[in-house]
Design a protein around this ligand. Structure first.
Ligand SMILES: [Zn+2]
Ligand SMILES: [Zn+2]
Length: 97
C-alpha cells in the first residue's frame, strides 16, 4: 500500500515535470507514428539564386538585388526512425551602395 502511494506520487511529479517543460524543448511530433519526437539532424543550404531586384532604401535611384535560397532541414524520429526533410526559403538583399 505504501509503495503504491509512492508510485502515484512519483507519477504525478513526472506529469508535472512534462507539463512544466517549455514547449520549445520538444521537437515537432512525428506525423508517421504520432508518438515519436523529430530530432533535428542538421541544416543544408542551396546556392543563392538571384530572383529579382528592388529599389534601394538608402539610395532610391539605385537597385538592390534580391536573392533566395532554400534551407533544407533533416529531421529524424526518435521512435520509428523515419527521416523527414523540410525546405523553407530564405531571402537576402544585396546592396552595393
Ligand atoms: Zn515516428
Ligand atoms: Zn542599395
Amino acid at each position: 500500500m505504501r509503495n503504491k502511494r509512492i508510485a502515484v506520487a512519483f507519477l504525478v511529479l513526472l506529469m508535472i515535470g512534462v507539463v512544466a517543460l517549455p514547449a520549445f524543448a520538444r521537437g515537432p511530433t512525428c506525423s508517421y507514428c504520432d508518438d515519436g519526437e523529430l530530432i533535428r539532424q542538421g541544416d543544408k543550404y542551396t546556392d543563392w539564386e538571384r530572383i529579382g531586384k528592388q529599389r534601394c532604401p538608402i539610395k532610391p535611384s539605385e537597385y538592390d538585388y534580391l536573392d533566395r535560397r532554400l534551407v533544407i532541414t533533416v529531421w529524424k524520429c526518435n521512435s520509428c526512425g523515419i527521416s523527414d526533410v523540410w525546405e523553407s526559403p530564405e531571402y537576402r538583399v544585396i546592396c552595393g551602395h
